[in-house]
Design a protein around this ligand. Sequence first.
Ligand code: G4P
Length: 529
Amino acid sequence: MSFKSEINRRRTFGIISHPDAGKTTLTEKLLLFGGAIQEAGAVKSNKIKKGATSDFMEIERQRGISVATSVLAFEYNGIKINILDTPGHKDFAEDTFRTLTAVDSVIVVIDVAKGVEEQTEKLVEVCRMRNIPMIVFINKMDREGKDAFDLLDEVEQKLGLKVVPLSFPIGMGYDFKGIYNIWEKNVNLFSGDSRKDIEETIEISDLASPELDKIIGEKAATTLREEIELVDGIYPKFDKAAYLDGQIQPVFFGSALNNFGVRELLDCFVDIAPKPRAKQSEERLVQPDENKFSGFVFKIHANMDPNHRNRLAFVKIVSGEFKRNAPYLHVRSNKKVKFSSPNAFFAEKKEIVDISYPGDIVGLQDTGSFKIGDTFTEGEIINYKGVPSFSPEHFRYINNADPLKSKQLNKGIDQLMDEGVAQLFTLELNGRKVIGTVGALQYEVIQYRLEHEYGAKCTYENLNVFKACWVEPADKKSDEFKEFLRVKQRFLAKDKRNQLVFLADSQFSLQMTEQKYPNIKFHSVSEFN
Ligand code: G4P
């Protein structure tokens, strides 16, 4: 197969949802349809069970599972599908944000009864900012839930999307009869038998046909006709270019658990979802079909075995072919590197591959020299943008609890930060280290891993910080900026990339500072130019 056909047949995407909406179930059903797994239950949920926040064995077990499910790849009708796993637990939201830099599109799963939930809002906002094409899947239609139109309204209002229903439910919960597929113009009948794999599909090219009354009953048929008329009146027509541009979002209804609406979703997905897209680097826009390889690290996973410090760096291939044993440039260190055993990912396993294409993810062995955001090329200086850090929500001083192990502690902190477990800030005033995290759970993970993997002990001390803001002065030499540095020294720190950060202790003090220094910008994201 030619290089171009290999690119064109790849679809790399992520499934995002609030925990429990059905992401794992949907992933598993997609794999079943792709023939990549044989039975339900094969994909282990990577979610952290409620109440397990201090169970370290649970955290370790999850780490193991999340390596296995980081990338799930399978073939469907000649299309190579790569699903990138995104942790649903909110304490790992940073991880999910970063994974979103490596997807070409997403599927958003929403629970019909719960509607739009908090985690979905945050994740969709990130996708919207980046114009990532999104398809919405409204799940659990076998249960009583919200009215379809109300839910579509909620999706538009809370998520800021412009929806286009491509399927519509016939009834709901106890009365759920099936789905009218607007995209394919057919009716799928629901049997309610969860063991049944393929539901009955009946072609209905004309909704006015009396056939419909026979199949779903007169009352349901009349309601459906009225509802589809409303759909036609309210929502725009589906337009592929607008979807690819992030302007409209198609919606499907179904029940992942009952395998209902999943094939329709998958068929439409392979039809409309984007193939690998061009990516902006600091230097230029890079096209996937360029001859030379380039790619970037979006995730780093530490080895589970503490005796082998090797890590696995997940690299998304942006352009060219990635070849085993070829010399590549690690742009940040300006060093040549070769990979003798790059991993490619399949449904349940990883294997060494000789060649991979744009859209694919390769797992590269790393002994501690790679960081999230690093770029590899065939020699060109390219730095991919878009793996930003967000302001953490929790901040604590980290102290060394065993003075004889300070070297180990520093190395451990350094490597865990490279993995993106949390963010490190070093105070300008006294060089003290502050760890910022999205969730409190990370502090326990860090403490546990420092001890078990690096033999170092740490304690924490609370620090009152409302928000970390990355500082950008209009003029570094201005008196205003010099005064800011002097007056606010107590609140200033450097992040891992040596960027200046203002640790505001309250919303009020942030506002006051912004007013007092109008020529200094305070960003809540580390990447702002
Ligand atoms: P997540 O990855 O988004 O967190 O959700 P997951 O797939 O684990 O699904 C959460 C719960 O919702 C699971 O039940 C799952 O069986 C159920 N579920 C998923 N899709 C549907 C659906 O279409 N209809 C109904 N009625 N339920 C659905 P659980 O009891 O929490 O877990 P389990 O013990 O069944 O695995």
